[in-house]
Write a protein that binds this ligand. Structure first.
Ligand SMILES: NC(=O)c1ccc[n+]([C@@H]2O[C@H](COP(=O)([O-])OP(=O)(O)OC[C@H]3O[C@@H](n4cnc5c(N)ncnc54)[C@H](OP(=O)(O)O)[C@@H]3O)[C@@H](O)[C@H]2O)c1
Length: 237
């Protein structure tokens, strides 16, 4: 059994997700060693034993095995470029990517193993399957996806809502979207199928963002050493 810790770079390290990733990735039983934490700007060179780097220093970071990126679309091209240049794996949960950025992910997957997902929780991976099956079984029913998040979330509808919508479309439905921004809601997604006189509601509620961080860390462990390509959460969890 290989006990060498997985060397991680965390991109977007000062953010809500980045802080959870630094904390969980540093736990003694994580199997990981966080060798670089990158944020737009830094105040200290080392925090809790983790070397900190500014975005402008990205190309000078030490060697790493996998990058985990939970940042913002404007920061995404740089981390994808670094992973391709160094031929290392990338796990990214950054949402709100442009069509050009999604195409760049496909192009990069010829060269490196990568996993991009709008949601790294196991529950949402299962919800995708349920939504597609419900859509197939309920032709002609209305399909509505309602998502709620904290007020600091920038993109709407959420990446998760759009991915659930793709699952509904794959099952033959034509989903409509609604977004709520309120308080400190971590993330809630309702997929509702409505027929004449009856309604089905499929709901996922995240109460703690550690679930996304644990899923991303798990995906990083599973991605390391794989052949280049795009891997879904369901392939890795
Ligand atoms: N896939 C999933 O499971 C999942 C779950 C939750 C969230 N998300 C997504 O993950 C992303 C981050 O969410 P969050 O709530 O953690 O956001 P956040 O708290 O706003 O954090 C954003 C991070 O990005 C950094 N950043 C901004 N510009 C940068 C640049 N040019 N170079 C490097 N870093 C830069 C920020 O650094 P500064 O603080 O220095 O500005 C900060 O560390 C969002 O896209 C969100 O939708 C995905």
């Amino acid at each position: 059994m290989n006990t060498t810790p997985l060397r991680l770079l965390i991109h977007g390290a000062s953010g809500r997700m980045g802080q959870a990733l630094q904390r969980l990735g540093s736990e003694a039983d994580s199997g990981c060693d966080v060798v670089a934490a990158v944020s737009r700007k830094v105040d200290a060179r080392v925090l809790e034993g983790i070397p900190q780097f500014a975005a402008s220093e990205l190309h000078g970071v030490p060697e790493f095995d996998v990058a985990i990126d939970f940042s913002l679309p404007q920061a995404f091209d740089a981390i994808l470029g670094l992973c391709v240049a160094r031929r290392v794996a990338l796990v990214s949960g950054t949402t709100g990517l442009s069509d050009a950025q999604k195409a760049a992910l496909d192009a990069a997957s010829v060269l490196i193993p990568l996993s991009w997902a709008s949601n790294f929780s196991l529950g949402v991976a299962v919800l995708h399957t349920l939504v597609e099956r419900a859509a197939q079984a309920l032709p002609g029913w209305d399909c509505d996806i309602v998502e709620a998040h904290h007020t600091r979330k920038l993109d709407a509808p959420s990446g998760t809502a759009l991915t659930l919508g793709e699952a509904a479309q794959a099952g033959g439905a034509a989903p409509h979207y609604a977004s709520l921004r309120a308080g400190d809601i971590v993330g809630e997604h309702l997929v509702q199928f409505t027929g004449m006189g009856e309604r089905i509601e499929l709901v996922h509620r995240a109460s703690n963002r550690d679930i996304f961080a644990r899923g991303a860390l798990h995906a990083a462990r599973r991605l390391h050493g794989r052949a280049p390509g795009r891997y879904r959460v369901a392939d890795l969890l």
